[in-house]
Design a protein around this ligand. Structure first.
Ligand SMILES: [Zn+2]
Length: 238
């Protein structure tokens, strides 16, 4: 399943980066829970938020509640185990569902933000608490300022500072794993290449080969959650 070379590198490595897409929860499962009507990309645009604030938040909060029902699986918990093994670890993700945080990962770089969180436009305070008696258009609990969802909206580009953090972590790591990553913006797909150019060993885990596979040192095809669980089990035995 995993080569001996990879396992040896994994044991010896001090700096590890894992880059995940949103495929650890299958598309079918996500659609069954989140629903495919009232889709995120239909209304979640910054211009819509500016011009139709009330309707934006009404739809956004309803969608956010659906996303909150997604639950981490064994694959997510395996990533928490991996984080706990290494002091120098980064989990970079393009998933917006906040599922890694829910599972317990702390060293997270969320490239597209988190649908469950707001950010204050005045003081920068981030918060995810939503109370039953909150006004329909949320305000900052610290300063009362206007807030926006702390997630990349459909007509926005990725935050340069967050991307730079991911690029630095990628350049410094010894091992770089991509998990369920596919069809991402060019700057995201460049992260494993940055790692490789700086000497890292690249491993891809996915349920099929992808356009990234040719650049990997190793590709393991199978159920990603099961493979990650098997990897943790293997490392614990050594
Ligand atoms: Zn504020």
């Amino acid at each position: 399943m995993f080569s001996n070379k990879f396992i040896q590198r994994f044991i010896k490595a001090c700096q590890i980066v894992i880059l995940t897409g949103d495929g650890l929860i299958s598309k079918e499962e996500t659609e069954a829970i989140v629903g495919n009507n009232n889709r995120f990309d239909e209304f979640s645009r910054i211009d819509y938020l500016k011009n139709n604030e009330d309707d934006f938040w009404k739809r956004f909060i309803s969608l956010r509640k659906n996303y909150a029902r997604l639950k981490p699986n064994l694959g997510h918990y395996a990533l928490v185990d991996l984080e706990n093994r290494y002091d120098d670890f980064a989990l970079i993700t393009t998933a917006i569902d906040g599922i890694h945080e829910k599972a317990g990962n702390k060293k997270l770089i969320e490239l597209k933000g988190n649908i469950g969180r707001n950010i204050c436009l005045s003081c920068g305070f981030r918060f995810s608490r939503q109370r039953r008696d909150d006004p329909p258009v949320p305000r900052c609990p610290e300063c009362g300022g206007n807030v926006r969802p702390d997630v990349l909206l459909s007509d926005e580009t990725m935050d340069k500072n967050i991307l730079e953090k991911a690029q630095i972590a990628s350049a410094e790591c010894e091992l770089f794993l991509t998990v369920c990553l596919e069809n991402e913006p060019r700057e995201v797909e460049a992260l494993p290449l940055i790692a490789k150019a700086n000497g890292a060993y690249l491993l891809e885990i996915n349920n099929h080969e992808t356009a990234l596979s040719k650049d990997m040192n190793e590709v393991v095809v199978g159920n990603p959650a099961k493979l990650l669980t098997a990897l943790v089990f293997l490392l614990e035995k050594i």
